[in-house]
Design a protein around this ligand. Sequence first.
Ligand code: DMJ
Length: 467
Amino acid sequence: MKIISLLFLFFFSLGIHAQKTSGTKLHRPETSELTDEVVYETGRSWEAYKKYAWGHDVLKPLSRSFEDWYAEPLYISPIDAYSTLKMMGLETYASEIETYVVDSLSFDKDIDAKVFEVNIRILGGLLSMYELNKNEKVLEKAIDFAERLMPAFQTKTGIPTYWVNLKTGKARGDTVNVAEAGTYLLEMGILSYYTSNPKYYQAAKRASMAIYERRSSIGLIGDVIDVNTGKWISEKSHICAGVDSYYEYLYKSYIIFPDPEIKAVWDESIKGIQRYLADDFENDLWYARVNMHTGEKLSYVITLYDAFFPALLALSGDIDKAVRNQESWDRLWNLYGIEPVAYDYRQKIATYPKYDLNPEIIESSYYLYHFTGDKKFLEMAKRYWKSIMKYCRTDVAFTMIDDVRTMKQGDHMATFFFAETLKYFYLIFSQDSGLYSFDDYIFTTEAHPFKRSSFSTDELHTRLGIK
Ligand code: DMJ
């Protein structure tokens, strides 16, 4: 049995090696051992997806089976995984996905898809696939998919509905959170650029502006809104899950499409966040939930998704707060050995103890290692990798943790594990090799990479309709 396993490992490693060298277009210098380990583990997990879940949305690593988000599969894992496999030089895997997308994938399905979730995964994934391989047929798929999302934006406010039927275009779901309302500027802006058709960016911008225009007199927004009346359904203001990527897209989209109106929204928004949400508590810097009209603190429950914020603070130039916030996240990670989805930092209890293989804390350590050069951020990422290897690794891939207090494994490998978590580990561990230069890229909220130089400043205004 042992000999068989060793033989398998030997031939599997040969397979990975062949993947990295056959048909590789990207320059791939020598990397550190940890980088190789990440590539190996990605290849191993990808083989498991192909073996047990090919054609479906998600791999269930414990039962070695699969699940789909809807009645029919949308091929979400492969589309989300493509840019990571490609960046790692796993060319054969990447081209298998490209071939499937071009030859066999159809979005003409009678299913109601969640507009936000499929925008960041499917549209973002297809656009980065095009960015990386310049296959016009992939762009056609991206346009086809975006066109199927567009009816969702036909509301009184311009904020998209929660669902849209991919076949009929019938939109439904009047109540959305702010992330679902305003995380479109990057994907839609990039599509406008590629097609020279401003309508996508303009729809995304109208939705984000509709949120901002409904801010309170102290400059804060709520977190849940009615897409037709524009009335706030929930008036809690925060940067946590359900709002997070709205802020992320204001700043990141401004970096590649210098739209002054969007920059003004970011500048005003971050002032309110720092003034009312920032909470110095004991040694930590956290961002609390407050009433949007009064600024009164309402809750000290944070979610692991909020760990995207140090990255955003660092990118926007506030290194001090980024470092302090990241150090707080790091202490929380160390408390359990892996971070829980939700945690009350004043009561010091995990209010939702699961871990879904999320990337944010790793993403922020990558940004901070780049901006500060301080090795402690690299060491953080090494610790996170070690924990994930220890607690989430299975015989075939990686899986979620049902409860970080007991480390009991659940049976689910989220699509963003391929798109984001593995990619950010790879990027931080290979950072010193200069393989990918941080400053050359912008990453969507699902970590799909786009070269900043792909967007010519001379062209942007016309193609996106920026005044
Ligand atoms: C990802 O799907 C995206 O980053 C999204 O914006 C929120 N977080 C998840 C992963 O945790």
